[in-house]
Every structure is written in structure tokens, then in C-alpha cells.
Write a protein that binds this ligand. Structure first.
Ligand SMILES: Nc1nc2c(c(=O)[nH]1)N[C@H]1C(S)=C(S)[C@@H](COP(=O)(O)O)O[C@H]1N2
Ligand SMILES: [Mo]
Length: 519
């Protein structure tokens, strides 16, 4: 058996030489080079990242070398199995030896064609590679045949001296054939069992492999977030199981409490008042870092300070309480209510305010998280005390000032991507009405930072879109991170904190693995 193992190593050596020569002559890849693609796709992202970080380009070279060594050892094992199958019981070695060896070669080749190539994203028989790499497919066939024929040749030259011929004369012909028949049946049994186990393993492997997409995702193909969120995509947060259906025909907005003259407006009156269009981004205070509870729209409505100018405000008034049709309430300071950007909106992106976003009217309050942008508003009440709204009673911030945030949208998620020559990364940054002065992107987990391009915002109340033109130098794992500063130049907080009570802080990060598309 030890000799069989050494024969396997020798046969592997001959086959490897053939493969190498064919690689130089025809350009078909060698087995370990293809195996490395399969392995790098299967090992976990963090392991891969450790290897690339510590070894650099040597990570892949060492892997190829390691895989070559493993293939040699496998060659030894195949040879041992071969010797076990053909020894003693096989009395027809000379006549059928060549045929059996060729079949072994074909089987090994087929295994590589239907298991290894799909695992390396090339598809069965490398059919998903175009142009079809005939050089690879046929050089592997040649190498597999060379391997098995060398194996059979070396085995038949050494075997007679040891086991078969030495044992044969000692027994009578009758006994010998009896023994060999029993042996043969036994081995046949083992072989069938082996094939059954191998098939089960093959099916399992196939199940895993068939889930690997044939091609890597393309980083450059990903879409940058639209600057204006279409209404159906606008995030929706409310305490209601179903949005309240308010009848605009009977709806009224009452403004009372500590005002000089109370006011009641119906829907038609509201729409006939002088209106403004205002781009404004809303973000929920419970949005997590990298989260999607943030959207941007063009709103149409009436400035709240204009309405409050008509009612007048008593000097004792401190807070403006906002009551809604669903029983939700919140409050803002009188100063906030008097800001020009505070708007009673009844249109969203050119259409009537959709039911789930507050039809017939909602409030927009710049620089404050979404919860104070009360929907289905029907009553504005001025009070002289500090009113605690629905979420403040649950412990959420009352000032609820928007914290500076930034988000990576391209790449959207941790994944393995085809190494691009050039990738346009992108995302959003938001700091309420303070605006954004800069956005920076890191591709090395925050060690170094690069300025991103920022698009002029649609208004002083919106997010900005940023892009970063990235030319990743080589394959590897990259930890992307983004950070921004608001209009005052104050950088976004790096410390991570949960949304409750003041809103989430911390940098958005996406780790990606970039690999060359199989050749
Ligand atoms: N009447 C009412 N207004 C409300 C809410 C609510 O539940 N009821 N939710 C608030 C919260 S927490 C947020 S983040 C925003 C979400 O607005 P949107 O659904 O239009 O995105 O509405 C706010 N206004
Ligand atoms: Mo919210």
C-alpha cells in the first residue's frame, strides 16, 4: 500500500507536468488554479479577510501551492484505491488493464468537469465561460488519462513481484480461483457501497454548488439611490395597524389654545392659501446606522408661521401641541413652529398626500426627526407647559434634533463582487437643516479617508447624494466605511449608540470581497 501511494505521487507528478506543459502551450488553466477559485468562494469572508490582510498577494499563491500538494496526496489515495481494487482478484489485468485505466481517467475528468468547474463558477464543462475554454477542458482530459495510464503501468510493473505471483503458486489452482472469486464478490460489495456513499456525497455537493450563481455580482452595476424617493417607496412609520382614512370633505384643522383668535380651516380653504414647494427629507429617530427609515420628497403646503401670524400667539405660550386623527400627539416649541421651513403639507411629489403619509394634511418640521412631523393633523393647540408626546412618554428625545448621518448604498450589502476596474460607490448623507459640508469614504476600515463627491442638495432641508470613484487595485477584502460632517463642520459621531433615545450614531460599514472573474 505504501508503494501504491508512492506510485500515485509519481503518476500525479507526470500528470502535473503534462498539465503544466499544456498550460504553457495552449493556455488552459491548471487544476490548482481553478480549485483556488472554488475555495475562495466557499471560505467565510472574515477568514479570507484575515488571510489577505496578513499575507497580501501571497495569500492566493500559498493557497495554490497548498492545493497542489493536496492534489498530489489525493493522487496517492486514488492509487491506493486502484491497487486495492485490481490486486489479487483481478486476474485479467493484462487484457483489460488499459481499458480500466482509461475508464479511471475518464471518471476523474468527469468529476472535475461536473463538480470542480461549477464550484469555481465556470459551470459544468466550463460552459458558462465564453469563449468556451477548450484548452482547459482537453488539457485536463489528457492529464487525467496520462495520470491513470501511468498509474496502471507502474502498478502492473511492480505488482507481480510481490503479492499476486508470489501467492499464486502456493495454492492449488482450484483453491486459488475459489479464493479469488470470493474475494471478487467481497470487493464488488465494497465497491457498490463506496459508489453509493460517493453518490450521496456528490448529490450533497451538487446541492451546495448549484446555489452558487454562475457569475459574480457586478459592483459597477449597482444603482445609486434616487434623490427623490417615489411615493410608494417612501418609508412609512406609524402607530396604526391601518392608516386612518380621513374624509377631506368633513376634515377641519383647528388652531386654538393660547392664541389671540382661534382659526378653523377646511380642506378647500387650506388649498386656496398661498403655498410653497419644499424639498425635505424625513428620517425616523428609530432608524439604525445604515437603515432605510429615511426618504426624500417634494412637498407642497402652507407655511405654519403664516397661519400662526393670522391667529396670533399669546406671550405665555411655550409649546405647540399637534393632535392627529389616529390619536397620536406630539409637540414642538413655539420657536420651531415659527421657522419658515415648518410647513403644513397637503401634496407629496406632485400628487395629493397619500393616505399613509397623512392625508389630508401633515406637518413638516425641519431638523427634527420624523416623529414630530405629525400626519393626519387636525388640531394645533398652543400651551404654556412642556407637553410630552406619544414617543416622549416612551423615553424618546423631546428635542429630537437630527444627528448627522451617512450611509453606503453602493455596494448595498456585504458580498463577493467581480473585481471592477472602476466602481462608482455612492450613498446619502443627512444632517437636517444644517446641511452637509463633506463626506469621506474609507476602503481600509477607517485607517485612511478619501473625500467623496457631493451633489448640491435639492434644498437646505434634504439629504445629499455622494459618490466615490473607486479603482480597487487588486483582489481582496475591503472594509468600506463612510462619515460626514454637517454644515457647521462638526463631524458625525463615530461612537456607536442605539437609536433610543436620541437617534443612532456610528459609521455605516460594508465589507466586500473582490475577486477576478474566472478566466
Ligand atoms: N398621526 C401620526 N403621525 C405620525 C406618526 C404616527 O404614528 N401617527 N408617526 C411618526 C413617525 S415616528 C415618523 S418617523 C413619521 C413617518 O412619516 P412617513 O410615514 O410619512 O414616512 O411620521 C410621524 N408622524
Ligand atoms: Mo419615527
Amino acid at each position: 500500500m505504501k508503494r501504491a501511494f508512492l506510485i500515485g505521487l509519481a503518476a500525479s507528478g507526470v500528470a502535473a507536468s503534462v498539465m503544466l506543459i499544456l498550460r504553457i502551450v495552449t493556455g488552459g488553466l491548471t487544476l490548482p488554479e481553478v480549485l483556488v477559485d472554488a475555495v475562495t468562494r466557499i471560505i467565510p469572508l472574515h477568514l479570507f479577510s484575515i488571510a489577505v490582510n496578513t499575507l497580501g498577494p501571497w495569500a492566493k499563491r500559498l493557497l495554490v501551492i497548498g492545493l497542489a500538494i493536496i492534489l498530489f496526496l489525493l493522487g496517492g489515495l486514488v492509487s491506493m484505491a486502484w491497487q486495492w481494487f485490481t490486486s489479487r482478484s483481478s486476474t485479467r489485468r493484462d487484457s483489460t488493464g488499459w481499458l480500466a485505466a482509461s475508464i479511471l481517467g475518464l471518471v476523474l475528468w468527469l468529476l472535475a468537469m461536473v463538480v470542480l468547474l461549477p464550484a469555481s463558477r465556470r459551470g459544468v464543462f466550463a460552459l458558462s465561460v465564453s469563449p468556451w475554454p477548450a484548452a482547459l477542458v482537453f488539457s485536463w482530459l489528457a492529464s487525467a488519462i496520462v495520470f491513470s495510464v501511468t498509474l496502471a503501468l507502474l502498478a502492473s510493473r511492480t505488482e507481480p513481484l510481490t503479492e499476486y505471483h508470489a501467492a499464486a503458486p502456493a495454492t492449488s489452482p482450484d483453491e486459488s480461483s475459489n479464493l479469488s472469486r470470493r474475494n471478487f464478490v467481497k470487493k464488488l460489495g465494497w465497491t457498490i457501497a463506496g459508489i453509493a456513499i460517493a453518490s450521496a456525497a456528490g448529490v450533497a455537493i451538487w446541492k451546495i454548488i448549484s446555489r452558487i450563481p454562475a457569475k459574480l455580482h457586478s459592483l459597477s452595476g449597482e444603482n445609486i439611490t434616487p434623490e427623490i424617493t417615489p411615493n410608494p417607496d417612501f418609508y412609512d412609520v406609524s402607530i396604526d395597524f391601518v392608516a386612518p382614512r380621513v374624509d377631506a370633505a368633513t376634515w377641519k384643522l383647528n388652531i386654538d389654545g393660547l392664541v389671540e383668535t382661534p382659526l378653523a380651516l377646511d380642506y378647500e380653504q387650506l388649498k386656496s392659501l398661498p403655498s410653497i414647494d419644499q424639498y425635505q427629507t424625513l428620517e425616523c429617530i428609530s432608524n439604525s446606522v445604515g437603515g432605510d427609515l429615511i426618504s426624500n420628497a417634494l412637498w407642497k403646503g402652507v407655511r405654519l408661521p403664516d397661519l400662526l401670524a393670522r391667529t396670533g400667539i399669546k406671550p405665555t405660550a411655550k409649546k405647540v401641541v399637534l393632535h392627529a386623527a389616529d390619536g397620536y400627539t406630539d409637540s414642538i416649541t413655539v420657536a420651531k413652529a415659527m421657522e419658515t421651513g415648518t410647513v403644513l403639507a397637503y401634496e407629496m411629489n406632485g400628487v395629493t398626500l397619500p393616505a399613509e403619509h397623512g392625508y389630508p394634511a401633515r406637518l413638516l418640521v425641519p431638523n427634527i426627526y420624523g416623529m414630530k412631523n405629525v400626519k393626519w393633523l387636525n388640531h394645533i393647540e398652543l400651551v404654556d407647559y412642556d407637553y410630552k408626546g406619544y414617543w416622549e412618554k416612551e423615553g424618546w428625545s423631546d428635542t429630537a434634533e437630527i444627528l448627522t448621518m451617512s450611509r453606503i448604498d453602493v455596494p448595498a450589502k456585504p458580498d463577493t463582487y467581480a473585481l471592477p476596474q472602476d466602481a462608482l460607490l455612492g450613498g446619502i448623507a443627512f444632517a437636517g437643516s444644517r446641511g452637509i459640508s463633506w463626506v469621506e469614504l474609507s476602503v481600509d476600515g477607517g485607517k485612511t479617508w478619501n473625500r467623496a463627491q457631493i451633489k448640491q442638495p435639492l434644498s437646505q432641508f434634504t439629504w445629499v447624494l455622494w459618490t466615490y470613484d473607486w479603482k480597487p487595485p487588486q483582489e481582496g477584502t475591503y472594509k468600506l466605511a463612510v462619515r460626514a460632517a454637517d454644515g457647521t463642520g462638526a463631524a458625525q459621531s463615530k461612537a456607536t449608540s442605539d437609536p433610543l433615545p436620541n437617534g443612532a450614531t456610528g459609521y455605516d460599514e460594508v465589507t466586500v470581497r473582490l475577486l477576478n472573474e474566472p478566466a
